[in-house]
Design a protein around this ligand. Structure first.
Ligand code: MG
Ligand code: MG
Length: 258
């Protein structure tokens, strides 16, 4: 059952989303070659707690950390490690926060040093997929219109769209109805209406859409070992239109001033 939110609830969700955004902005100041996942995980946990939130992922389904950190061929749900990032890596950093009873949940894929042009292109197209999906999140459309648009754009570039993992409703729970796949046909699923709050999160692979899971029970990686990118925003429908509750501005400002 979809839980539609009031304007007051959407404002609380915006605050939670913004704390995730600012946390990712702090990470953007330091992430680079030689930095480890465990270092940025610690930074994120401290920053979230210092600003009135709780890490949203820590302990959820027994996940051991604040961040999901998924380099290169890892798609999502990677566990932070002490292995330093290397020049040329890409790293998806996914962060959740619980504050004032509501979750924020979003993700950005960072470039580490000099990244190959074809990998940069994967990141660019995946971010475009996110905003194309958001543009479809409007009254009159149905949920599957989001995934349809994302899939069209990704496949036009020859990329694989992960099927097994999807976006989701967001609110007092991290995962609410509806599921928001990144693929599909037009015109299926619930009609989009005011008060819908969802996390849209294309996971786009350079090669095959097929994935595997590591024995750690968490890490998802591409079946062919090629890179995968992941960007996620929190979106509410207000006056029939999508409003992005999270922002990449803090990240992009930090990256631009380095
Ligand atoms: Mg997420
Ligand atoms: Mg999510």
């Amino acid at each position: 059952m979809i839980i539609y939110k009031t304007a007051e609830q959407i404002e609380l969700m915006r605050q939670s989303a913004q704390l995730v955004s600012r946390t990712l902005g702090e990470i953007a100041k330091i992430i680079g070659p030689g930095v480890t996942g465990l270092e940025i995980d610690k930074l994120a946990e401290t920053y979230i707690r210092d600003h009135g939130g709780k890490p949203g992922f820590l302990g959820m389904y027994d996940f051991p950390n604040t961040l999901c950190i998924s380099p290169n061929a890892q798609v999502v749900h990677g566990i932070p490690s002490k292995k330093p990032f290397e020049n040329g890596d890409i790293v998806s950093v996914d962060c959740g926060v619980l504050m004032n009873g509501y979750y924020g949940d979003h993700a950005y894929t960072f470039e580490i040093g000099d990244v190959k042009p074809e990998v940069k292109q994967l990141l660019k197209v995946t971010k475009e997929c996110l905003y194309i999906g958001i543009a479809e999140t409007k009254a009159g459309n149905r949920i599957s219109d989001i995934g349809f648009a994302i899939q069209q754009h990704a496949e036009k570039h020859g990329y694989g769209v992960v099927r097994e993992l999807v976006g989701h409703g967001l609110g007092k729970d991290m995962h609410e109805d509806p599921q928001v796949p990144n693929y599909g046909k037009r015109g299926w699923g619930k009609k989009i209406q005011n008060g819908l709050t969802i996390a849209i999160e294309p996971m786009i692979n350079m090669g095959t859409e097929k994935i595997n899971q590591l024995k750690d029970g968490w890490t998802i990686l591409t079946a062919d070992g090629l890179p995968s990118a992941h960007f996620e925003h929190d979106v509410a429908v207000v006056d029939g239109k999508p409003v992005i509750l999270s922002t990449f501005d803090y990240i992009e400002e930090a990256l631009a001033s380095r």
